[in-house]
Design a protein around this ligand. Sequence first.
Ligand code: SIN
Ligand code: FE
Length: 288
Amino acid sequence: MISPIVSVSREGSAPGAPSLVDALEGGAVLMFPDLDFPFSPFEERFVERPFADGKAKNVNIRGEAASLRGAAGTPEEQEALRQLLIRYRAFADALIARYLPTYAGKIALAGTSYRPFEVDQRKLSWRRDDTRLHVDAFPSNPIGEKRILRIFRNINPEGQPRLWRVGEDFASMAQKFVPKLPGYSPLSARLLAALKITKARRSEYDHLMLHLHDALKQDMAYQADAPQADVRFAPGQTWVTFSDLVMHGAMGGRYMLEQTAYLRVADQADPERSPQRILARTLGRPLR
Ligand code: SIN
Ligand code: FE
């Protein structure tokens, strides 16, 4: 099954319809066509040219202090961009509270990013090439029993869509790839943590997700032939998905905002639908 795109009106899902959390945990992308996130006249400049130093893939704020990284511009402009990202973080938080109330108080908001560059303009290594179908995994930041929920918004001022591909369901993909992955070594996981190469001990889940991410991106036959669908996210649209579960690739577009959030597997409506539990079922045993 290919991940469905579920359009959600401002009013939310109709009474009696399957809940949004149910769709999301099942691998859907929720797409909100018309939520408001207005820019002030001063902020319009952030979609007229990239306010980025060009060294990193994008500009972001992190942590309690919301310190801005990777930005360019005058101090006044950089502070305005920082405030825009703080406002987007609050917008994402409010979206979760309003449309995914099951998760209220259980979500931890992480990084917020401004992505002003054209997706396929920059020649990246295969591993960083997000045009290839993949599920998200963070090499230096093991996430263990947490899920990655992302809230995206296309802020392109010229009508340019964000072009994505979405792929088949996680379980079908895992059946094809898990048998080919190298085995997990608890010893080398402890070593990576001791050497501070990873911020915490890499669990078997983290190990599998990193190798899945790489194996998927390196398999050009799979990239070309796997079940997949093209998706266009128009300017003004907001979309939400578990990017550790939903196979995706970004094919084009520029100017987007993105919020990353974490949710513990135990705090899902149905933990059995997490990639953690799907991988355990694929292997026929609990993960270490
Ligand atoms: C990704 O998460 O793979 C990239 C999403 C995007 O840039 O649209
Ligand atoms: Fe991704």
